[in-house]
Design a protein around this ligand. Structure first.
Ligand SMILES: [Fe+2]
Length: 192
């Protein structure tokens, strides 16, 4: 099955304070590239010879090694774009979970610190093992992602997400991100 990239043009035209159209357009182009590569990898895997996998090299092995990069690169971006669009509406259930762990501001501050830990992704999740909210850092798109998580809020902390608008000022970008969180979408994910 081929994946179709989604259109997020509704985020342009000043819908997000602190995000220029040029920044968003370049990010959309990059996201579409991951979807195209995911389709390419899946179609090549369907044809690849899986009878001689090899740690050093085989076409099949390399495709397998990079499959999660393109998959997560595609769908982490969708989660990111979809949790943007300032909306302060938090469900009572999510509010309760946030309050039980020191409040929204504390967790958002921890997500910021997570995102400042390097280029990659910062996630706010519900950990299915302890039922609590957690923040985690993913390098690239696939390194360090703990299993058993419901992804609630996704923050892209790669340079391409902010260099056009903020240069090397990652903290300023994260502050802008925090101003544009769609808490209604986060609440919807929490309810699932
Ligand atoms: Fe990105």
């Amino acid at each position: 099955m081929a994946y179709e990239p989604k259109n997020y043009d509704h985020l342009k035209g000043g819908a997000l304070k602190g995000f220029s159209d040029s920044q968003l357009d370049q990010h959309f182009t990059l996201y579409k590239g991951y979807v195209a590569k995911l389709n390419e990898i899946e179609s090549k895997l369907a044809e690849a010879d899986n009878t001689k996998p090899n740690y050093s090299f085989s076409e099949y092995t390399e495709l397998k090694r990079r499959e999660a990069v393109a998959f997560n690169g595609s769908f982490l971006h969708e989660l990111y774009f979809e949790n943007l669009g300032a909306n302060a509406s938090i469900s009572p259930e999510l509010q309760k979970a946030l309050d039980a762990q020191g409040g929204k501001d504390k967790l958002v501050a921890d997500l910021k610190a997570t995102a400042l830990s390097g280029p990659g992704w910062a996630l706010l999740t519900r950990n299915r093992r302890d039922g609590k909210l957690h923040t985690y850092f993913i390098a690239e798109h696939h390194l360090g992602l703990p299993i058993e998580q419901d992804l609630l809020l996704v923050l892209d902390s790669w340079e391409h997400a902010f260099m056009v608008d903020y240069g090397i000022k990652r903290p300023d970008y994260i502050n802008a991100f925090n101003e544009n969180i769609n808490w209604a979408e986060v609440s919807k994910r929490f309810a699932r």
